[in-house]
Structures are given as C-alpha cells and as structure tokens.
Design a protein around this ligand. Structure first.
Ligand code: GUN
Length: 303
C-alpha cells in the first residue's frame, strides 16, 4: 500500500529561521536596526506559558530583541490596554503579540484592536483582517501562513485546487480560507454544523484541519492523494506509555486527523508534533522583521 510523504515542518521552520537570522544580521549591519518583539501573557495557562517562552527564546536566537510582559490572571482590562498603548508609542518596539486566550474579565477584541495595526504581528487586528480579505498588504496570521508555505512547497501552484478548511476560528480557519482563495483555490469552510462532512472532505485536494478535536478526521474522509495539513495539537491519555509517579496515565500529542489511517490514503501529510507547530513561531519572527522594515521605510526582506 502506498504511503503519504511526511511534510517536515520542523526542518522547514529551521530553514526559515536561518533566513530570518541572516536578514536580521543585515538590518543591524546596514541600518543599525534590531527588530524588537513584545509578547504579553496574562495569566498562568500552562500551554500559553510554553508558547510564550518558546517565542522569547526563538526571537533572541534570530538576533532580535525580545521583551516579555507577564501579568497576573486577575489583571484588569484597563491595565492591559494601558500597557498596549505604551508599547504602541515606544519606537523601539516593532511587534506586539498578546497571547490568547485571555482571562474572562478581558475583552479579547478590544485588546486586539488596541494594538497599533502596524505592530500587529499576529495579523488579528480588525483592520488587518480586512486588508487580508481585500488583498492589501497586511501582516499574515502566523499559523495559516505556515500552512500555506508547506502547501506550496508540496504542491506548487495551488490554482484550481479544491480546498476544505475544517474550522472557522479567527486565528486559523478564516485567515486560512482567505489565503487559499488568494491562491485561486476553490475554498469550502466546514465546521461543527456542516452537513455531510465526510462527503465534503472527500472532495478536497487540500484538507486543512483546525478544529481542536483529537483525531476527528478518519482515513476514509480523505481523498486518495490529497495533501493534509493538521493544525490540531491535542494532548490525550496514552496508557500504553505507562503511568506517571502520581498514578495518572502518561499522555501524548495528537492532531485533529487520525494520522495512522490518513497516512495510508493521503499523498502528503503533516505530522503532530513536528508539522504545523514549528512554522507558527518562525512566521511570527518573519512578521516581526517585516514590521520593523516597514516602520523604518525599508523594503520587505525576501523571506
Ligand atoms: N494562541 C494560540 N495561537 C495563538 C497565536 O497565533 N497568537 C496569539 N496571540 N495567541 C495564540
């Protein structure tokens, strides 16, 4: 039986980070410019802490400046908005990222829309969402752009391909659909209320799964030869790995796609971990460098 090729996001992201580091070194040498990224974490969500630490570390490894603001879980909304305003007006800060999700006393949309759109390295500001959909220059959300880079590397020209995006979040599903449309795909956005989901998936040359439900997509939902991008990062119990000292089962990470089944049907597939995940931070670094160039009247680097 044929086996899908495995798309190595980890290696892809490492190559992108190398290019970014080269570009940062040039900016320093030629323009005395060191791009700086401010990351704001509110609360103690364990997954968010892991992501924020990784973002800080990789920002510095690329030669950029990283500033992390850690705020307590009960931070009032106004305090966060004031911090963002101060980062907006700080000329040394080129990119601002507020890690999501935020505690419930804080209005996420208000926070995102307080960030200066030119420093919005997530591409989540309402203005940047609009720019993306109308085809204007805009920072592109990091995870969907990572998916797009891997798709183009795997397939080449995406024109005319049928793409199914499973999930309609503002972070992944909707911007992914915008990017695929801009590449001339025929795009369907499916979600929890979609009828005949298996039939819709089976039509897709490109399937991007971003629903956050472990192994929801079985192998027999995948069109033979399709390219499958699995955005899900879900931790599930793995009793086959034994138990921890406290008696709880060990765990493992799985995607939204049943990998073992899908790999037998797809033409190419991203693994979890090691697929989409590493591309997200690499693109955050990319957006930070691009933001720094635009704010200083320089051409976008070729990244
Ligand atoms: N939480 C999960 N993914 C993301 C992301 O890409 N950006 C931000 N700011 N928060 C997130």
């Amino acid at each position: 039986m044929s086996q899908a090729s495995i798309i190595d996001g980890k290696a892809f992201a490492a190559r992108l980070r190398e290019k970014i580091a080269t570009s940062v070194a040039l900016l320093k040498k030629d323009h005395g410019l060191t791009p700086a990224l401010a990351v704001v974490l509110v609360g103690e969500d364990p997954a968010s802490q892991v992501y924020v630490n990784a973002k800080g570390k990789q920002t510095e490894e690329a030669g950029m400046e990283s500033i992390t603001h850690r705020l307590s879980p009960d931070t009032p909304e106004l305090e966060l908005l004031e911090l963002i305003e101060s980062l907006n007006s700080d000329p040394k800060i080129n990119g601002i990222l507020v890690q999501l999700p935020l505690p419930e006393q804080i209005d996420e949309t208000k926070v995102i829309d307080t960030i200066d759109p030119e420093k919005d390295v997530d591409g989540f500001h309402t203005i940047n969402v609009g720019r993306l959909w109308v085809g204007q220059v805009a920072p592109v959300p990091c995870t969907p752009y990572g998916c797009l880079l891997m798709l183009k590397d795997t397939i080449g020209d995406l024109t005319g391909k049928r793409a199914l995006v499973l999930g309609r979040s503002n972070i992944v599903g909707k911007p992914m659909a915008a990017l695929l449309l801009a590449e001339h795909c025929t795009v369907t956005i499916a979600h929890s209320r979609t009828k005949d989901l298996q039939a819709r998936c089976l039509e897709a040359d490109i399937l991007v799964a971003a629903v956050g439900r472990p192994q929801m997509v079985p192998g027999d939902w995948i069109k033979p030869g399709a390219t499958v991008i699995d955005v899900g990062i879900n931790r599930i119990d793995a009793p086959e790995k034994g138990v921890n000292e406290d008696g709880t089962p060990k765990t493992r990470l799985v995607g939204d796609v049943n990998f073992d089944e899908a790999v037998k049907v797809a033409g190419a597939i991203t693994p979890v971990p090691g697929g989409v995940g590493p591309m997200t931070i690499a693109n955050l670094l990319r957006n930070t460098v691009i933001a720094a160039c635009r704010q200083n009247g320089l051409d976008d680097p070729d990244l």
